[in-house]
Design a protein around this ligand. Structure first.
Ligand code: HEC
Ligand code: HEC
Ligand code: HEC
Ligand code: HEC
Length: 139
């Protein structure tokens, strides 16, 4: 009787160990994909309270394939793009056209959509959002 009870206990310990290993493994494989650094929530204060679901932008995925300065531009007097360090689009683009003629929402829409349209037309990969609800994803 005693031996059997111990066997049962050991079995239970093994089961618990296994569950821990499964939890640890799924924990470490799932977390990085959703960490803050890889996905940036674009939620410009300058646009006030948002009417559409806030955009979750997979920054890391883009950063790995595209030059920083293609998106983070800054122009010198001769019109050359000397940008690339990053930062917020609202540093230069305002809600309504001001000293910069391209308003903030249009700046985002133009940049995201133009590149996706170009890529979809010219590459095999078609996995890029074009429709409102594909970027403004309902929770
Ligand atoms: C490729 C991605 C993408 C698509 C497609 C897209 N948007 Fe956006 N939209 C954005 C981003 C990024 C912002 C900037 C959000 C911010 O700065 O907070 C934005 C901002 C906005 C805003 C201002 C913020 C708000 O929620 O009030 C509105 C309104 C908006 N989009 C409506 C639309 C509509 C309507 C469509 C479809 C015709 C559309 N968007 C398609 C990416 C997209
Ligand atoms: C496909 C376009 C794109 C590329 C390529 C890109 N970024 Fe960004 N990045 C953005 C957008 C859009 C935002 C959000 C800006 C905002 O909220 O106003 C952003 C935000 C940032 C931020 C500040 C916000 C934060 O939460 O960290 C930094 C810093 C940054 N990018 C650096 C970089 C660097 C460095 C590279 C190149 C290694 C790069 N980016 C490549 C589009 C891009
Ligand atoms: C350092 C200032 C600065 C920052 C930061 C900046 N822009 Fe711009 N952007 C400009 C200027 C200047 C122009 C040219 C405006 C004109 O036509 O005179 C421009 C033009 C644009 C245009 C229209 C021309 C084109 O290149 O297609 C888009 C779209 C745009 N910006 C999107 C963005 C987005 C998206 C971000 C953030 C990732 C951003 N900008 C950050 C200064 C800036
Ligand atoms: C200069 C080109 C370029 C710009 C600008 C750009 N994208 Fe993309 N985007 C791509 C490419 C290329 C892919 C396909 C990447 C892949 O499948 O690995 C992509 C894929 C995506 C995807 C789907 C893939 C994923 O990782 O979930 C989303 C969502 C997305 N982009 C959102 C945006 C938003 C929002 C903006 C504007 C803030 C934006 N993109 C600006 C080139 C661009």
């Amino acid at each position: 009787m005693k031996a059997k009870a111990n066997g049962g206990k050991e079995g239970m310990m093994k089961y618990i160990m296994c569950m821990w290993i499964v939890l640890l493994m799924t924990g470490t494989t799932v977390f990085p994909a959703y960490s803050q650094d890889e996905i940036i929530e674009i939620n410009s204060e300058a646009l006030g309270s948002h009417t559409r679901p806030v955009v979750q932008f997979p920054h890391m995925n883009h950063e790995e394939q595209i030059e920083c300065s293609e998106c983070h531009h800054e122009y010198d007097e001769s019109g050359e793009n000397i940008g690339g360090e990053g930062g917020y689009c609202s540093d230069c683009h305002t809600r309504n056209a001001g000293s910069n003629p391209v308003p903030l929402m249009e700046a985002f829409h133009l940049q995201c959509k133009q590149c996706h349209a170009k890529e979809i037309a010219s590459s095999e990969n078609k996995d890029m959002p074009q429709m409102c609800g594909q970027c403004h994803v309902k929770k």
